[in-house]
Ligand binder design. Structure first.
Ligand SMILES: Nc1nc2c(ncn2[C@@H]2O[C@H](COP(=O)(O)OP(=O)(O)OP(=O)(O)O)[C@@H](O)[C@H]2O)c(=O)[nH]1
Ligand SMILES: [Mg+2]
Length: 232
């Protein structure tokens, strides 16, 4: 099966080259059938870095996101141009693990429709996280577990794998970060086969977060209730 990694970038001038190079060489060395889809909404030099990477590498697609920009819009744009059978959002600030990408691919190939990575399992390895943000995230995810009766302890994590056919059926609509929970929760409700594994996650070391916590909490809560009670 071919795997597309969808990598969103917004003003990640310190990460763009490093992330693309490391992901590309890791997957090439393992002879994975893959493509990298970078979706950019930057006002710094990130776009130029990505374009020059695209010119010198096979199986790399670099596209612009939406106007106005949004994380969810960027992922949807990436999904729409991706040619893989497995779609994996992978953060441009390189907080996710490539070894976990390999596990995701294996688990989808073994028959799962979706694979969720959790930062909150006993075997998860989380470093450099902002304590307050991690606490709120864990609390919010416990609430989601109860509301949706799922054993996934990290619904809001972006780093998951989906069969393309699942996302074609779900047709996510969120423009912001809540797209991650939208896809997972709608997939759970539609009874797709999924499994959750502990992941290795390390927080941003350069640049700035693009997420506003207050805005995210409000959007996450309203998205969760709408999905739970079928309001569209
Ligand atoms: N294309 C695009 N990418 C975005 C947008 N918003 C965020 N991103 C990227 O999505 C990824 C995740 O965003 P982050 O800002 O790291 O969010 P976060 O992980 O919650 O915040 P940190 O903990 O500070 O890393 C990064 O690679 C961003 O550059 C957007 O509107 N458009
Ligand atoms: Mg980040």
């Amino acid at each position: 099966m071919k795997t597309s990694l969808i990598i969103p970038f917004k003003n990640e001038v310190t990460y763009a080259k490093v992330t693309m190079e490391q992901v590309y060489s890791y997957l090439s060395e393992r002879e994975i059938d893959f493509e990298l889809v970078a979706v950019d909404d930057s006002t710094d030099e990130t776009w130029e870095i990505l374009q020059s990477f695209e010119k010198t590498h096979k199986n790399v697609v670099v596209v612009k996101g939406g106007n106005p920009s949004g994380y969810g819009k960027a992922l949807r744009k990436g999904f729409s141009v991706a040619s893989g059978d497995i779609l994996i959002p992978f953060n441009g600030d390189f907080c996710d693990s490539l070894d976990d990408v390999m596990l995701y691919i294996e688990l989808i190939e073994k028959g799962n429709d979706m694979v969720f990575g959790s930062r909150f399992m006993a075997e998860s390895k989380v470093t450099d996280s902002a304590v307050a943000k991690e606490f709120l995230s864990q609390l919010g995810n416990m609430f989601l577990q109860l509301l949706f009766q799922t054993n996934c302890s990290d619904i809001t994590n972006s780093f998951k794998a989906y069969r393309k056919t699942v996302l074609d059926e779900i047709k996510p609509t969120a423009d912001g970060y809540s797209i991650n929970m939208e896809m997972a929760l709608k997939g759970i409700i539609k009874k797709y086969q999924y499994t959750t594994i502990p992941v290795v996650w390390s927080g941003r070391k350069h640049g700035r977060s693009k997420m506003s916590i207050i805005k995210a909490i409000i959007t996450y809560l309203s998205t969760a209730f709408k999905i739970r009670f079928g309001i569209d």
